[in-house]
Write a protein that binds this ligand. Structure first.
Ligand SMILES: Nc1ncnc2c1ncn2[C@@H]1O[C@H](COP(=O)(O)OP(=O)(O)OP(=O)(O)O)[C@@H](O)[C@H]1O
Ligand code: SF4
Ligand SMILES: [Mg+2]
Length: 607
């Protein structure tokens, strides 16, 4: 995939982060986590009830006013502790955690079945048969007994003496005792049902997900989050003076070295249809892209609406899981990483969203919108968080006291600045700027662009700048990738692309840039037809349905049968994905102008 002739070196990988467990193990983990939560809930609930029902109440029984049930459910504490320990070991693929989780599953299912059988045998016990009542002398039955027992002493008697007064299944002879016994049996049945409902899926998921513990990749090097946190230097303050911040090193990549390497990245979305919402097609939003973003550069991604720019940005930040491919950030491969390992890296990679209003929660004040990222990164002290939020607002030219305002109380430009402040609050070193100025008017656009450039200089940032505005890109970027239908079709420096474009699509895009001087005559290359659907990309070269060079060359078969990959055209930086890139020249464009859909706009206006 990464042949050297295409200009991409194999990225250096320092180590792998811990992988996210497979779906079955994640499900098993959620079930295990509910056990401690349920146990604590039961204990607290029982404690509160015992305060309310101090005396035995007819029909419903009473709870002991001493520790009572809170102590009697000690087996639940033990099982919960084992369940929690198992979840911790899952991430490291420890076999002992699988054994513990299996034990918990067996205890739940076994306990549930046992309790069901106990209550099924209960009528025999009620009739005074000692053998039937013997089955009730279990911890679970004791819990049920506790619920029904009129006194704390009787609850103990439930296990020891089936015939004693207050025994949940004893034939006490009074109607309230019968009712009470019925309630206890119902309680036990409910508990048994809960045990089985939790235990059976737990065992099933462990069985299905067992490959998580046995697969060969289980042996890969394990890097802890603390390791990365240490390397990244922890959370660094974003307070003035800016020079101090700029002096801090956030990454190991030196200026000009790849900070982010993307290889073969794909993101496909399913098209669902029918009553059962079955998959009836696929949107190939990003379909195999390779590029490097170098430390300290502005890497622009341009292309028509719907070509996959936003999806690319979101996928490489792992905001949407990729379908295939690799993303290596500062030496760490990010694919499907355990959330705990990903958190420190998330701080270093931020995004400024395309829609400044839609990306800000209208119900939250600015302090919370910006502060929630800090909270997620462990800045738990409110005062410290507020200070960071105010600092980041100040950095983007907003007032420090705006923190209590809500998003609707700001103008569009201010909201875009809030989006930038949110990204900056975590002191990142890489920011995906997704069309940060497209929603703004021209004067605010230049303000925000200049602000981004200042911040880049002051904080030593690296940008991936997504845009469809080629004039802005020329002003703002160092290198540019041109995207068409989920693929990169040309990649190069600003000079290479603007002076010597080698892909027919890039040539057409550049010819569409409006000139600031309306008196200047300008030739415009109009692409034929609409952009094809990303759900059914054309065969061979995806651009052949609209390519002017394909027409000019007499529709060579190669264009419709062979998918061109990016290859070096000039130097090491300039790559294009066209079989006939060498044919693209001034002359070719001029000849096409004479014969194809090219309009001399100024002349057209004059005539
Ligand atoms: N969550 C999703 N589910 C299904 N399809 C999606 C999803 N997100 C994006 N797409 C599709 O993927 C394709 C690429 O979308 P994307 O938002 O990346 O385009 P874009 O290049 O950012 O466009 P624009 O310039 O208009 O922002 C589109 O056809 C879009 O409909
Ligand atoms: S490969 Fe053929 S169709 Fe594709 S851009 Fe080049 S000339 Fe056009
Ligand atoms: Mg977009």
């Amino acid at each position: 995939m990464e042949g050297t002739n295409r200009g991409f070196a194999t990225p250096t990988i320092k180590g792998r982060l811990r992988l996210r467990p497979n779906a079955h193990i994640l499900r098993a983990r959620s079930i295990l986590i509910t056990l401690p939560i349920l146990t604590v809930g039961l204990a607290v609930g029982a404690l509160l009830l015992s305060l309310v029902f101090r005396e035995p109440a007819a029909g419903i029984g009473s709870l002991p006013d001493k520790p009572g049930i809170v102590v009697l459910i000690w087996p639940a504490y033990v099982v919960s502790a084992i369940a929690y320990a198992a979840t911790r070991g899952f991430r490291d693929r420890a076999l002992w955690s699988l054994a513990l989780a299996g034990l918990v599953g067996i205890v739940l299912v076994g306990g549930g079945i046992f309790m069901f059988l106990s209550t099924t045998n209960a009528p025999a016990a009620t009739g005074g048969t000692p053998s039937g009542s013997g089955a009730l002398a279990s911890p679970a039955a004791t819990v049920g007994a506790t619920i029904a027992a009129p006194t704390p002493g009787a609850s103990v008697a439930a296990g020891a003496s089936p015939g004693a007064s207050g025994d949940i299944f004893s034939s006490g002879g009074t109607s309230s005792a019968t009712l009470s016994n019925g309630n206890a049996a119902f309680g036990l049945d409910a508990l048994a049902f809960l045990f089985i409902v939790l235990g059976a899926p737990l065992l099933w998921n462990l069985w299905r997900g067992i490959s998580w513990f046995t697969a060969p990749q289980a042996k890969h090097e394990v890097l802890t989050a603390e390791h990365i946190e240490g390397e990244a230097g922890g959370l660094s303050p974003i307070v003035a003076p800016l020079t101090e911040i700029a002096a801090e090193t956030y990454t190991e990549a030196k200026l000009g070295e790849p900070l982010l390497s993307v290889r073969g990245l794909k993101k496909h979305f399913p098209i669902l249809g029918g009553v059962l919402r079955r998959r009836i097609g696929t949107i190939y939003a990003v379909d195999g892209v390779d590029f490097d973003v170098r430390q300290g550069e502005v890497f622009a991604v341009v292309g028509e609406s719907g070509c996959g720019k936003t999806t690319l940005g979101r996928t490489l930040l792992q905001l949407t899981p990729p379908t295939a491919g690799h993303v290596i950030y500062d030496g760490y491969e990010l694919g499907d990483v355990d959330p705990d390992d990903m958190r420190p890296l998330r701080r270093r990679m931020q995004i400024i969203f395309q829609d400044p209003f839609g990306s800000l929660n209208p119900r939250m004040p600015i302090s919370d919108i910006i502060g929630e990222g800090l909270l997620a990164q462990g800045v738990t002290k409110r005062a410290e968080r507020d200070k960071r939020v105010e600092d980041s607002l100040e950095v983007v030219g907003l007032r420090r006291d705006y923190t209590r305002r809500y998003p609707h109380e700001f103008s569009g430009g201010q909201r875009q600045r809030i989006g930038i402040a949110r990204a900056l609050a975590l002191s990142p070193d890489f920011i995906v700027c997704d069309e940060p100025v497209s929603a703004l008017d021209v004067s605010i656009q230049s303000q925000v662009l200049n602000l981004l450039l200042d911040l880049k200089r002051d904080f030593n940032l690296t940008y991936m700048f997504i845009s469809h505005n080629l004039s802005v890109v020329e002003y703002f970027s160092d290198r540019i990738a041109v995207m068409y239908l989920g693929r990169i079709v040309e990649l190069g420096t600003v000079n290479q692309l603007y002076r010597n474009a080698r892909h027919p699509y890039t040539v057409a895009l550049l010819s569409a840039i409006p000139d600031a001087d309306p008196r200047k005559r300008r030739r415009r290359l109009v692409l034929k037809g609409d952009v094809p659907s990303p759900a059914a990309p054309p065969s061979g070269c995806r651009f052949h349905t609209r390519c002017w060079l394909y027409e000019q060359l007499g529709k060579p078969e190669r264009c419709t049968t062979e998918d061109p990959s990016l290859r070096i055209i000039e130097g090491t930086d300039h790559q294009a994905a066209c079989h006939f890139a060498e044919e693209v020249s001034e002359t070719a464009v001029r000849e096409t102008v004479a014969t194809q859909d090219v309009i001399d706009t100024a002349a057209a206006v004059e005539s």
